[in-house]
Design a protein around this ligand. Structure first.
Ligand code: AMP
Ligand code: MG
Length: 487
């Protein structure tokens, strides 16, 4: 276990030089105080969880202090936002403090979000508010606990610093951890500005550090692109299987590592709704829940364009063609597991689609349905769930097929079925209204609800005594919360 002073830095991205990022010091926030820390994320840096309670922790992650070996940099990138190319993006309110490696030899970027203005802030104030920082913290750690790849969050530091959004709020900082903060938009920036040498340097850096096994392949950059396609297909399959809506899948918010990245107006589905739009500025529904699948491919083709200097168009096309079949295979595999199925049959896809359509028509809670389906033997479970459906006849027809399908699976005992299903069907997810309750309390200085929610969500598959209220459908006020994009 390490103390804060013992972190070991190796700032590989900073060493790429000024063409890639600009040195900027964090701008401290007033009266920094710990809102919440993740001991699981601290463990990634070998940090003793007790250090979160020391004053220096809030000073470091509130921008007041810096390690001597840290090299805070704002990264430059660009990207496609809502389908249009924006040449002028970059870390407008976050700084890469440096890269730390742990005892296992893993490197983690320390990225301080809300650290003040940078050359890429455009009209922005460089700040993040408490509300959005808590949402990012809870979501990162909750996704990880669900087994969905994500950037991680070490802590949230609150402050007295006023910031103006639709109303006056307080500034906060969140310390984000990821093996890399390189986005699709990094490649796009160097491609569209025609900075050929820097583009080449970036590609070499990413290949060597993040896809070392691809170096052995006959065409290393093609192998790397293929890996990025595969990882994103798998990531988006997980989002779809668990009802996660990202909300702003711009190419500057897509990680080359295929992890969930840059949290804004995200949401987990309550009622199943394929057309759900969590970002209320997304008038066309470009990033609606079901559109995440084709948008994943659209984003990968934007990345492919930026890789044309290294890979033939033909090979890029062919590799892009892998995305959809890979996505479908992962998705179906996950949905089979959620249904408690251990074998594969040709009609399973249809079984899933028909269920989702029934759920959509009746506004059935997506998370609780699967959890309850595993509670009892299949026949009893579907009999209990029947009341949630408006179209009873439609559900009965589905249920008969499902029961027959489960019977064909044969042997597994009921206890095994229950255990198997509960291990993949969470009881607790980060519902918007739960996050909102925790934020409201935190805005008046009470962080206990953030702590409780973080704790519950760290074991989403385990029924926890006294936590029933976290496994409920939202109350009426919590069903259609508009989450502001201004964060
Ligand atoms: P996002 O929608 O959070 O992915 O942000 C898009 C771009 O706007 C990124 O380049 C951000 O760094 C920048 N940005 C967002 N909020 C702010 C802010 N408050 N101040 C400065 N830049 C910001
Ligand atoms: Mg972003």
């Amino acid at each position: 276990m390490k103390a804060l002073d013992d972190l070991t830095f190796d700032n590989r991205f900073a060493r790429l030089g000024d063409g890639f990022s600009t040195h900027v010091l964090p701008e401290p926030i007033d009266a920094p105080r710990l809102v919440v820390a993740s001991s699981a994320a601290m463990a990634l840096l070998d940090l003793d969880p007790a250090v979160a309670q020391t004053p220096v922790f809030a000073e470091l992650f509130g921008g007041h202090k810096l390690w001597a070996e840290a090299e805070p940099r704002a990264m430059v990138y660009s990207g496609h936002q809502f389908g249009s190319y924006n040449p002028q993006l970059g870390d407008g309110r976050g700084l890469l403090l440096g890269e730390v490696y742990n005892a296992a030899g893993e490197h983690w970027d320390l990225h301080l979000k809300g650290a003040g203005q940078t050359p890429y802030s455009r009209m922005g104030d460089g700040r993040a508010v408490l509300r959005s920082s808590i949402r990012e913290f809870l979501a990162s750690e909750a996704l990880h606990a669900l087994g969905i790849p994500s950037s991680r969050a070490l802590c949230v530091i609150g402050s007295d610093t006023p910031v103006w959004r639709e109303k006056q709020e307080r500034a906060a900082m969140v310390l984000r951890l990821a093996p890399s903060h390189i986005r699709f938009g990094h490649f796009e920036y160097f491609y569209y500005t025609q900075k050929t040498e820097l583009h080449q340097q970036l590609a070499e850096h990413v290949l060597k550090l993040h896809f070392p096994e691809c170096q052995e392949q006959p065409e290393p950059y093609l192998a790397m692109f293929r890996e990025i396609v595969e990882r994103n297909a798998e990531l988006i399959a997980k989002w779809q299987a668990y009802g996660f809506c990202h909300g702003v899948m711009n190419t500057d918010n897509m990680s080359i590592l295929g992890i969930t990245f840059d949290f804004g107006p995200f949401a987990f589905l309550d009622d199943f709704d394929a057309h759900f739009i969590c970002n209320h500025s997304d008038h066309e529904g470009r990033y609606s829940f079901s559109n995440q699948v084709p948008i994943g491919q659209w984003n990968l083709s934007a990345l492919a364009q930026a890789l044309t200097p290294y890979i033939s168009v033909e090979a890029l096309r062919e590799t892009l063609g892998l995305y959809l079949p890979l996505y479908q295979a992962h998705y179906l595999d996950l949905m089979r597991r959620r249904l408690g199925l251990t074998t594969a049959e040709d009609d399973d896809q249809k079984l899933v689609e028909r269920l989702l359509q029934l759920m959509q028509n009746s506004g059935v809670d997506y998370t609780l349905f699967f959890r309850r389906l595993g509670d009892e033997p299949a026949a009893l479970a579907v009999a209990r769930l029947r009341d949630d459906f408006v179209d009873r006849a439609g559900f009965d027809a589905w249920a008969d097929e499902y029961k027959a399908r489960v019977e064909r699976e044969g042997s597994a005992s009921e206890t095994q079925r229950r255990e198997r299903m509960h291990a993949v069907n969470p009881l607790y997810i980060l519902r918007n209204y739960l996050a909102q309750n925790a934020i409201t309390a935190a805005e008046s200085g009470d962080y206990s609800e953030v702590h409780r929610l973080h704790e519950v969500l760290s074991k989403p598959f385990e029924e926890q005594a006294g936590m029933e209220q976290y496994a409920q459908r939202p109350p009426d006020w919590g069903k259609h919360l508009e989450i502001s994009c201004s964060s």
